[in-house]
Ligand binder design. Structure first.
Ligand code: SIN
Ligand code: FE2
Length: 216
């Protein structure tokens, strides 16, 4: 497939106060990122988590880094141990850390030290309902969110669930960074449309970097 953007420079689109879309920022790193996702999933497999309310999530998830986002009957939590394997989550591949720090810097957030990366896998029909990323104790650090593979419609709202939503098509290599005033803004992903992407076939991956522990 001819990709007209393959050789173009990344560009930025403001999204909200403190939030920016870095279009194609991860395009060049993407082949390595996708390969590393497969390596991580070899140790800590993708699984469809069950929400505290008893619903099986349509998005399959795994994690890497010191802490991993997971669920149990008590709620959502960050754990140093993968409950599926009983072992620590795989370490951050160096390419993950590099890319997330470069993106944070490009978005105006210096000294980004993420310790958690949630890896989401969407197949056609999978979605993520509107939510806030609010399980992190230190809200000064931004969220860095990397899109790979099939495109998806991202919804970005405000501090209230009922605030108006901006809908943005996120494509392969796009990175969204939100922090500061928009750190707790509601967001979600509309059901994925079926398609084929040369790097991920029939799915979309999303890497969500967070600083989930306390910064020393
Ligand atoms: C998330 O909010 O955790 C993921 C967003 C995305 O898949 O782009
Ligand atoms: Fe989120």
């Amino acid at each position: 497939m001819l990709d007209l953007f393959a050789d173009s420079q990344p560009w930025q689109e403001p999204l909200a106060p403190g939030a920016v879309i870095l279009r194609r920022f991860a395009f060049r790193a993407a082949p390595q990122l996708v390969q590393e996702i497969e390596t991580v999933a070899h140790c800590s497999p993708f699984r469809q988590m069950i929400t505290p309310g008893g619903y099986t999530m349509s998005v399959a998830m795994t994690n890497c880094g010191r802490l991993g986002w997971t669920t149990d009957s008590r709620g959502y939590l960050y754990s140093p141990v993968d409950p599926l394997t009983g072992l620590a989550w795989p370490d951050f591949p160096p390419s993950f850390l590099r890319l997330s720090q470069q993106a944070a810097t490009a978005a105006g957030y210096a000294d980004y030290q993420p310790d958690a990366c949630l890896i989401n896998r969407y197949v056609p029909g999978a979605k993520l309902s509107l939510h806030q990323d609010k399980d992190e104790p230190d809200l000064r650090a931004p969220i860095v969110s990397v899109s790979l593979g099939l495109p998806a419609v991202f919804q970005f709202g405000g501090l209230k669930r009922s605030d108006p939503l901006t809908r943005i098509l996120l494509e392969h290599g796009d990175v969204v960074v939100w922090g500061g005033e928009s750190r707790l803004f509601y967001h979600g992903i509309q059901p994925l449309k079926a398609g084929f992407h040369p790097m991920t076939a029939d799915c979309r991956y999303n890497l969500t970097f967070r600083q989930a522990g306390k910064k020393e």
